[in-house]
Design a binder for this molecule. Sequence first.
Ligand code: SF4
Length: 573
Amino acid sequence: MSLLDVQGLTIRYGNDTVVDGVDLYIDRGESVGLVGESGSGKSQSALAILGLLPRQAEVSGSILFDEQQLLGASERELDTFRARRIGMVFQDPMQALNPYLRIGAQLRQILRSHGGTDKAAVDARVLEMLAKVGLPDPDRQLRAYPHELSGGMRQRVMLASALIVEPDLLIADEPTTALDVTVQAQILDLLEDIRDNTALLLITHDLGVVAGHCEHMIVLDKGHLVEQGQTTTLFAAPGHPHTRTLLDAAPRVDRGDVATSATGSTILSVSDASVEYRDLTAVRKVSFAVREGETVAVVGESGSGKSSVVRAMLGLVPLSAGRVVYAGKNLEGPVERRLKSQRRDLQLVFQDPVSALNPQMRVRAIVAEPLLVHEPSMTAAERLERVTAILEKVGLSERFLQRFPHQLSGGQAQRVAIARALILRPRVLVCDEAVAALDGSVRRQVLDMLRAVQADTGLSIIFISHDLAVVRSISHRVLVMYLGKLVEAADSGTLFTAPRHPYTQALLDSVPVPDPVVVPKRAPLRGEVPSPVNPPPGCVFHPRCTKAEARCGSTAPSMRDVAGSSVACHFPN
Ligand code: SF4
């Protein structure tokens, strides 16, 4: 008998069926990946297992956990299973942690509510658990409030709070989606470590995570189970077209074509740029150039300064030192004081399209708005013609003209945001995590569209991303930043095949590969990015570098050319 045996699970909200007849089994110690795009019913299924769906949800079918029926059980009965026997970890740990309670108190409370009475034993167990999930300096962090911890540390605390009572099953819903790839690797390794005692239901849209960590996988599409089986089998020979679509849309960091170097002339250059915010330096003396028709990716963990340097370039935050030259002219001061022509030539697309689009305006007006400012003499008919043409270019037909943002899917909204940025025919488009929130198949369509516009118009793209597999698929050149500094710059072909800086190597090795037969290379990068308020002396990467030597702690390496790459390391590979 399976530990969890779900049969015919159906969830309805009025006439809307969000999960339709899903069967799901998990054996003790087994790890099962539940995959699908947004709206496929993954999270709804997990919440149903835990009895956490809102009241208006109508749920039918059967949910047996250790042979006991959970569906229809009272809150009191469910409480005996939740937390004690079935733990849950969410994408956003802030939702689950009490912001007013110190970390140690929250964990002690869990143990006490499960019968822990011996204070010394409870304290010891809490410390043991925090150390086990890799929280640095657990003695001190016990007294911290959740907001004082980084996202990665909070996720570790969340994991500790789910595992402290040794549940039989852990349901982890996109537990690493919001984390940097290096922290993701550490958390996924932790989930591997618990597998002797705890079965795992891992809900994710990331097929790399499933390939590396789940023996079995279940594919959902619009509430229907379309395929399930051994992960290796499904990856090798997907039986359902939707599984094939998901696999085809999963970018790989370890293989695939990379764009050959762009040969256009330099359109934009940033020299010795520094950005300071009150007491910290977010960017230190960063220099790079972008060619016409080139896509330059800027990568690095949170706190690397990748967004800050580009925002300073655009005049959205002040540059404390250095200069930006666009088309042979200095770009100075905040964006509102720059020349109109300079403003129209440099456009930006953010990660969250919905918040970037005015909810009270129709798509037609949203996309046309920049024309009113920059081309006021244009007639209404001419504007409509331009709007229709640009929407077509981003793959949206005329029927979208009259829609409001809330009537668009995430992918459609992002296309509208890109159309609005492109309508002025800019020469440089900055995409700041612009495809990070999109499902795989939609992300691929948006990237294909950007490539097509670039081929057509010679657009230059600066692509800020934490996703190196996506970066490989789109960029001509890559800049790697760490703690405000540029540590490596190279053509994509060079960077992805022969990374020189230990940080670049660690980043690449941390990316999960959507292929269960590929053995991960990584030795996880230790710790987290240090605070930019008090950066380490010498090479800023030395506290985490596996190749550090004595000199690294005292002398900062400067950029030098090594076989096609520019690298800031005393001992480049
Ligand atoms: Fe590592 Fe030293 Fe190179 Fe820095 S300079 S990346 S610490 S080997």
